[in-house]
Design a protein around this ligand. Structure first.
Ligand code: UDP
Length: 239
């Protein structure tokens, strides 16, 4: 582990939208490559890395069901979207010579491994980056909940949620210039004030497992690496 780094194993959660660059839909390979750079920098610090990537850049269950698609079907479609994103991220990391595994919560043996907890732990010990795909495998959940669940199962020390902003604010900083960023905030405050860090089930699960969530900006080059080394603005959600 590089000096100054206090995390040995972490989970990076990013939304699907983080992969679309300036486009309004889908995957933007240069953006995927840029995020892979961020992961590579942390990987080189000796940190064991799991990733969960959303699917909102391709398909969202709620949106599909609002348009008349049956909800569970729409959610399965959303989960499949996350598999596409996971494969894109895997390719970008492997292009850098980093060994990875995509592990899917929905069996898809030709493209990804099935989820077997002990096997996943072994991959981390062997310094492979794991990309968890297909969320929790269940409709009515989100990839934020999947991130919290897998981070708990893998005994990650924290979830790093890479977003467009450098932390959690009391109101939307894009709309209100006087919005104030929290340095730290408790799970209960996030829930009570609907601070929109992650959905309520993900926050509750993180609280019950005492898993800190570090919210930081992934738009800053070197941001992920900096946060892990203890530099850069962020918000720590925890008790
Ligand atoms: N999804 C699901 N169960 C899960 C994870 C995801 O049904 O455990 C579906 C859900 O429809 C969701 C979509 O997959 O809208 C994409 O995931 P999410 O919205 O979490 O992606 P993000 O907003 O992070 O890009």
């Amino acid at each position: 582990l590089a000096p100054g780094v206090s995390y040995r194993r972490v989970l990076l959660k990013i939304s699907g939208e983080a992969l679309m660059g300036d486009q309004s839909y889908g995957l933007h390979p240069p953006t995927v490559a840029r995020i892979a750079d961020e992961v590579e920098a942390v990987y080189k610090m000796g940190v064991e890395i799991c990733m969960v990537i959303g699917g909102g850049n391709i398909f969202r269950g709620l949106q599909g069901s609002a348009q008349g698609l049956e909800r569970t079907t729409a959610d399965y479609m959303g989960m499949l979207a996350t598999v596409m994103n996971a494969l894109a991220m895997q390719a970008a990391l492997e292009a850098k010579g980093i060994h990875t595994r995509v592990i899917s919560a929905i069996r898809m043996d030709e493209v990804a491994e099935p989820y077997i907890r002990r096997r996943a732990v072994r991959h981390l010990e062997k310094k492979r980056v794991i990309i968890f795909a297909a969320g929790t495998g269940n409709p009515y959940f989100t990839t934020d909940t999947a991130a919290t669940l897998r981070a708990s199962e893998m005994a990650c020390e924290a979830i790093f949620k890479g977003t467009k902003v450098d932390g959690v604010y009391d109101k939307d900083p894009a709309k209100y210039p006087d919005a104030v960023r929290y340095d730290t905030v408790s799970y209960d405050e996030v829930l009570q004030k609907h601070l929109g860090v992650m959905d309520a089930s993900a926050i509750a699960l993180a609280r019950d497992n005492n898993l800190p969530i570090i919210v930081f900006s992934l738009d800053e080059p070197g941001g992920f690496c900096g946060i892990l080394a203890g530099n850069g603005t962020h918000t720590r959600v925890g008790d």
